[in-house]
Design a protein around this ligand. Structure first.
Ligand SMILES: NC(=O)c1ccc[n+]([C@@H]2O[C@H](COP(=O)([O-])OP(=O)(O)OC[C@H]3O[C@@H](n4cnc5c(N)ncnc54)[C@H](O)[C@@H]3O)[C@@H](O)[C@H]2O)c1
Ligand SMILES: O=C(O)[C@H](O)COP(=O)(O)O
Length: 394
């Protein structure tokens, strides 16, 4: 493990230099072979099967989805999992637009047709004759259903309105900010079924959790129009791909645009698949890397928590040189026990913030003098305390 004034950060995926540069070399050691890291930076690497070292204090996901990270197990260790809400949303929106246009105008098949022409005499005739199967439809005046109106879904809805489409949106837990960001023309759907029944194109922008696994399944696919287009830029598993292929084969669905190829959909003529490219733009990679590095650094050095998927937002400006950060279960009398332990050690609390989210609570305490290690041990021993860190200003 790095000494007190520095931190080791294990980097599991390619993270943009723009972000790694925010972790100054004098204080941060970054690399892919660190045995006892203080933190881990990750994109889509699967961490479920990985033994996460006991030294790890935080995980930073340079992106939105955290289904590749064992968040529940990390809760029990009091380890926050940071992500970067919105930092790659524009990149995904643009690829969704590309996917809709590719499906509507049959661009993949049309390009394939041109690529296999041999350029011999009669090329013009071959082109004019051959283009007939690729006539498509225009997006303007079509209805797009957007399931999940978070950072990506709201941008997609807005872009679709600007293209002259009608938009039907569904999100039972839409945030106030997201609702404010939506154009007034977006219609509110009552259910997933409502969207599938009434939209020609349907795009999915929900996280993969147990409640959204196979959100679009065989029964629900039957509600879609036979020439309908389903777009999945959420995650593999949000749509039941076997059921999608069955619907395509039975001509009950027109096309499937998907960012998560797998054996079920590979080489299907009505599938347009990308190799998980939604966030793969220079801009998105830089945005995500910068955002996650800044959040990780603020946590490691000051205990502040911004954009953790499993912790409340907790930030407090430094007003003294001695800070203690405590993660604990959200149960009664934790604050009382923590402040009693401090008072019994003669520590005067200068400033304090405590917030909870679900089962998790987090406390930052600034005190007026240095904290003896024995006080930290006393706090660690309190039933329900998950993690304790001492963060003196060096
Ligand atoms: N293809 C890619 O490269 C790429 C890039 C970014 C995000 N994603 C995926 O897209 C997901 C969404 O990204 P985001 O940045 O918009 O996240 P977000 O957290 O801002 O939005 C997700 C929205 O889904 C809503 N939701 C959850 N369950 C729902 C349900 N059952 N029905 C309808 N809405 C539901 C939530 O209320 C939230 O508003 C991510 O979790 C990730 O899996 C993929
Ligand atoms: O959830 C996300 O942010 C995207 O799926 C991006 O994944 P990536 O960082 O592996 O490109």
């Amino acid at each position: 493990m790095a000494d007190k004034a520095s931190f080791a950060v294990l980097v599991l995926n390619q993270i943009s230099k723009a972000g790694l540069e925010r972790l100054p070399a004098g204080r941060y050691l970054t690399g892919k072979d660190l045995a006892e890291p203080d933190a881990i930076l990750v994109r889509s690497a699967d961490m479920h099967s990985m033994a996460i070292p006991a030294s790890v204090l935080a995980i930073g996901r340079a992106g939105a989805g955290t289904n590749n990270i064992p968040v529940q197990a990390l809760n029990a260790r009091g380890v926050p999992v940071f992500n970067t809400p919105g930092a790659n949303a524009n990149a995904v929106k643009e690829l969704v637009l590309a996917g809709m246009l590719m499906a509507a105008r049959r661009l993949g098949a049309a390009q394939h047709f041109v690529a296999q022409l041999d350029g011999a005499d009669g090329l013009d005739k071959a082109i004019e004759e051959g283009k007939k199967p690729f006539a498509g439809f225009e997006l303007a005046n079509q209805t797009l259903g957007v399931i999940g109106l978070g950072k990506v879904g709201c941008l997609v809805a807005d872009a679709a309105i600007k293209l002259g489409m009608h938009v039907l949106g569904y999100d039972p837990d839409i945030t106030v900010d997201a609702a404010w960001s939506l154009p007034s023309q977006v219609q509110r759907a009552a259910s997933v079924e409502d969207v599938l029944r009434n939209a020609q194109l349907v795009t999915l922008h929900v996280p993969l959790v147990e409640a959204t696994r196979h959100l679009v399944n065989a029964d629900r696919l039957r509600l879609m129009r036979a020439d309908g287009v389903l777009l999945n830029f959420s995650r593999e598993g949000v749509a039941d791909d076997a059921a999608v292929v069955a619907a395509l084969d039975a001509r009950r669905l027109g096309a499937y645009v998907c960012d998560f190829p797998n054996r079920a959909i590979l080489r299907h003529p009505q599938v347009i698949a990308f190799p998980h490219l939604g966030a793969s733009t220079r801009e998105a990679e830089e945005n995500c890397a910068r955002m996650v590095a800044d959040q990780l650094r603020d946590f490691l050095e000051h205990g502040n928590i911004r954009n953790a998927v499993n912790f409340p937002q907790v930030t407090m400006a430094r007003e003294s040189n001695w800070r203690v950060a405590i993660a604990n279960s959200n149960v009664p009398n934790m604050l009382g026990q923590i402040s009693t332990a401090m008072a019994q050690a003669g520590l005067n609390i200068h400033n304090m913030v405590n917030k909870s989210r679900g089962d998790m609570a987090y406390t930052l305490v600034d005190v007026d003098s240095a904290v003896d290690p024995s006080v930290l041990e006393t706090i660690r021993a309190i039933d329900g305390v998950l993690a304790v860190r001492y963060l003196p200003v060096a």
